[in-house]
Write a protein that binds this ligand. Structure first.
Ligand code: UD1
Length: 428
């Protein structure tokens, strides 16, 4: 099991470049299955979840070639299997996108039930409701979701929850369905708009992505496209917090400031200086961190995927803050780990009450999921002494070379690859 070792206390300084958005890349890669052609996708983040999805697609018959760093040529001209039996696919949540894209392409799909981070029960009833409304029969048998239809037909679908995954899956199944589909109460995250833009660049007719209603006119066929994925809002936000938590001065480059508004607003409320430029944001500190209250909500609300990182920051702010989780039901597991580092966080229902402490202290802690792992690294950067973060594999699912990027900003951080390596480095 790989670990990150952090010796905290350095104020981070410099510039960090943000990668393409993981949660846009995953559905966009899956969407290439909707055509029988070659697509060229740029700005793909080289994270573990993307690798797993690509491996699964290669097993289905897709050909993938890396033409430049972060650029893939994805060839979906061959016959593509309907059944996803790639073993690792259950590790990622985004496996469900293969259900929508294979159903759209082949009228049939069988995909193992999705895995992903343990942050709640994470049902997929809204995906199923959408597929059924479009004319598919859906069953769950032996851990597989099976969807099948003779022909997909347009429909009006009201999503009971504004689910990111369900919105995208319904778009996938509807773009080639006969007729005019309407999705009411869709998710509005930036990656929903990005996926819709990609589908339109393939010849689809999707209108209204990013608003309260999405309208899709089914087309007969889609073609390959060239497309560049948007920057990763969550990676950008994580480095903004890295600057703030260490009292540093960091410019986060290659982001869309509009996507960062909810995060920037909360940092400003804490007394942090956030300067916005065309494609970058500078974060620096002039005064002690103030407390604030945050509630996570679907976009344009505060993103749930930034909840653990901001909680780590609030752990060293003056006064008491309340963090309320409004999207998932069980996303505070990591607070016990922060408390091991001297934080004072009490979880009550879907809220965490955070009483700021003057300093965190290094400890050996374990990532419980992807964003929780990022939060523990951030806490380690601010803590006195040495922090060891176990289960780096979670962090690698969504961050590209996190320790290298932090090191370039001045952090004292390194990865321990094996027990033997650990012994050589004399780490306890
Ligand atoms: C995606 C992101 C994840 C992010 C989340 C919310 C990917 C691969 N993952 O996850 O990083 O935290 O959006 O921004 O892009 N729900 C239902 N029924 C459903 C689907 C969802 O009740 O059929 C509920 C979920 O339990 C949750 C809420 O809706 O409470 C939002 O979930 P959803 O937006 O679907 O998240 P994911 O697509 O799983």
């Amino acid at each position: 099991m790989e670990k990150l070792v952090i010796r905290g206390g350095t104020k981070l300084k410099g510039t960090v470049i943000v990668e393409g958005a993981k949660n846009a890349a995953l559905p966009i890669i899956a969407a290439t299955l909707l055509c029988k052609s070659i697509s060229i996708i740029e700005n793909i983040p080289e994270v573990e979840d993307v690798r797993v999805l690509l491996d699964a697609m290669i097993e289905l018959g897709v050909k993938v070639k890396k033409t430049k760093p972060n650029t893939l040529e994805i060839d979906t001209r061959s016959i593509i299997k309907n059944i996803v039996d790639y073993e690792d696919i259950t590790r990622i949540r985004a496996s469900y996108y293969l259900l929508g894209s294979l159903l759209g392409r082949n009228n049939e799909a069988q995909v193992p039930l999705p895995g992903g981070c343990s942050i709640g029960t994470r049902p997929i009833d809204q995906h199923i409701k959408g597929f059924e409304a479009l004319g598919a029969k859906v069953n769950i048998e032996h851990g597989m979701i099976k969807a099948k239809t003779k022909k997909l037909k347009a429909s009006n679908i009201y999503l009971d929850v504004a689910s990111v995954g369900a919105t995208i899956n319904v778009m996938f199944a509807a773009v080639l369905a006969e007729g005019h589909t309407v999705i009411e109460n869709p998710a509005k995250e930036p990656h929903i708009v990005d996926v819709a833009n990609f589908l339109n660049s393939m010849g689809a007719d999707v209108k209204g992505a990013g608003t309260d209603i999405i309208k899709i006119n089914g087309v007969k066929e889609l073609h390959g496209a060239e497309y560049m994925i948007i920057p990763d809002q969550i990676e950008a936000g994580t480095y903004m917090i890295a600057a703030a938590i260490t009292g540093g001065d960091v410019t986060v480059e290659n982001l869309i400031p509009k996507h960062m508004e909810a995060i920037s607003a909360k940092l400003k409320e804490m007394g942090i200086l956030v300067e916005e430029f065309d494609e970058s944001i500078r974060v620096h500190i002039k005064e002690p961190l103030k407390n604030t209250h945050v509630k996570t909500l679907p976009y344009p609300g505060f993103p749930t995927d930034m909840q653990p990182q901001v909680t780590a920051l609030l752990a060293i702010a003056d006064g008491t803050s309340i963090m309320t989780e409004g999207v998932f039901e069980n996303r505070f597991l990591y607070t016990d780990e922060l408390n091991r580092m001297g934080a004072n966080i009490k979880v009550e229902g879907n809220s965490a009450i955070i009483t700021g402490v003057s300093r965190l202290s290094g400890a050996e802690v374990t990532a419980t999921d992807l964003r929780a792992g990022a939060a523990l690294v951030l806490a380690g950067l601010a803590a006195e002494g040495e922090t060891i973060v176990n289960h780096v594999d979670y962090i690698d699912r969504g961050y590209v070379r996190m320790e290298d990027k932090l090191k370039a900003l001045g952090a004292d951080i390194f990865r321990v690859r094996s027990e033997a390596h650990q012994a050589k480095l004399h780490i306890v």
